[in-house]
Write a protein that binds this ligand. Structure first.
Ligand code: DHB
Ligand code: FE
Length: 279
C-alpha cells in the first residue's frame, strides 16, 4: 500500500530558482535564505520518497486567461520545465507517475472533486523551484512527481477549507493505492507577497509566522481564513497559501513539525519552509 509520510510547505519564488541557477546563493543577499535549506535537503535525502505530489500554481505558463481550471492533475510520463520568457530553467525534466496520478484522478472525482486531467503540462517555477529548494541541483530529480495545479490567480479561487478537504481526499486516494510507495506532498507558494498595485512589495512576517505555527497548533484557524483576509493581511498573492492547506489536509491531525525556516526578504516575498511528518 502507498504511504503518505510527510508534507512540505515551501515558497516557490522564482528569484530563488534564478539565484541557484546563476550561482548566486553565496551572495550576501541570498546567503541567509539558503542557510536554511541544507537541513531540509538532508531530510529529503534520508527520507527518499518514491513520489512527490507537488501542489503548485501555474503562472500563465501552461494555462492562460483563456481557460482557468480550478484543480488540475498531471498524468503524463514526463513534464518539461516551462519557458517563462527567459527560456526554460536548465533543470532536469520532471518524471511523472501515471499509474498513481490516474488513481488519484479517479478517486478524487468519485469523491466529488471535479479534477481537470492534464496529459501535457509544462511546469513553471511554481513546481521546479520547490524541487530545487529541497533537492539542490541533481542530474535527475530523485523522485517521481505528480503535479497538482490550483487556480490561485483568477478570482474566484477555491476556499482554503475546500483545499484542506481536497487534501483529505488525496490522503484517502494514496492510502488505497495498491503498491508499496512512500509519498510526500508539497504545498507551495506564498508566503505573504503582493506583486502589483499600490501595496506592491507588502510582506507580513507576523501573519506568515502565525501561519507556520498554526499548521500544527490550530489548523482550524487557517481553514477559516477567507479571501478578504488573505488579501488584506498577506497581499494579493498571499492567497497562494491555500495550497499549503491541501498539503496539511493530507496529513493526520497529529502531524509533527520536523523543521522550519523563515526569512525575509526573498525577492518580493516572505520565504517559508516547513517539514511536517505524519504521526
Ligand atoms: C514572485 C512570484 C511568485 O510566483 C511568487 O510566488 C512569489 C514571488 C515574484 O515575482 O517575486
Ligand atoms: Fe507564485
Amino acid at each position: 500500500m502507498a504511504n503518505l509520510i510527510a508534507g512540505i510547505g515551501t515558497t516557490h519564488t522564482p528569484a530563488i530558482g534564478a539565484a541557484i541557477d546563476n550561482g548566486k546563493t553565496d551572495q550576501p543577499y541570498w546567503k541567509p535564505l539558503f542557510a536554511g535549506y541544507p537541513k531540509a535537503r538532508e531530510w529529503m535525502a534520508e527520507t527518499k520518497p518514491d513520489v512527490a505530489i507537488i501542489v503548485y500554481n501555474d503562472h500563465a505558463s501552461a494555462f492562460s486567461l483563456d481557460i482557468i481550471p480550478t484543480f488540475v492533475v498531471g498524468v503524463a510520463e514526463q513534464f518539461a520545465p516551462a519557458d517563462e520568457g527567459y527560456g526554460p530553467r536548465r533543470v532536469p525534466a520532471v518524471e511523472g507517475h501515471p499509474e498513481l496520478a490516474w488513481h488519484l484522478v479517479e478517486s478524487l472525482i468519485f469523491d466529488e472533486f471535479d479534477i481537470t486531467i492534464a496529459n501535457d503540462l509544462p511546469v513553471d517555477h511554481g513546481l521546479t523551484v520547490p524541487l530545487s529548494i529541497t533537492c539542490g541541483q541533481p542530474d535527475a530529480w530523485p523522485m517521481k512527481v505528480i503535479p497538482l495545479a490550483v487556480n490561485v490567480i483568477q478570482y474566484p479561487q477555491p476556499t482554503g477549507r475546500r483545499c484542506f478537504n481536497l487534501g483529505k481526499a488525496i490522503r484517502k486516494a494514496v492510502d488505497s493505492f495498491d503498491e508499496d510507495l512512500n509519498v510526500v506532498i508539497f504545498g507551495t507558494g506564498g508566503m505573504s507577497h503582493q506583486l502589483q498595485g499600490e501595496r506592491a512589495g507588502l510582506i507580513n512576517s507576523e501573519f506568515d509566522v502565525a501561519f507556520l505555527d498554526d499548521l500544527t497548533r490550530d489548523v482550524g484557524r487557517l481553514t477559516d481564513i477567507g479571501h478578504t483576509e488573505y488579501l488584506r493581511e498577506s497581499g494579493s498573492e498571499g492567497i497562494e497559501l491555500i495550497m499549503w492547506l491541501i498539503m496539511r489536509g493530507a496529513l493526520g491531525d497529529d502531524a509533527k513539525e520536523i523543521y522550519r525556516h523563515y526569512h525575509v526578504p526573498a525577492s518580493n516575498s516572505g520565504a517559508g519552509l516547513i517539514v511536517l511528518e505524519d504521526a
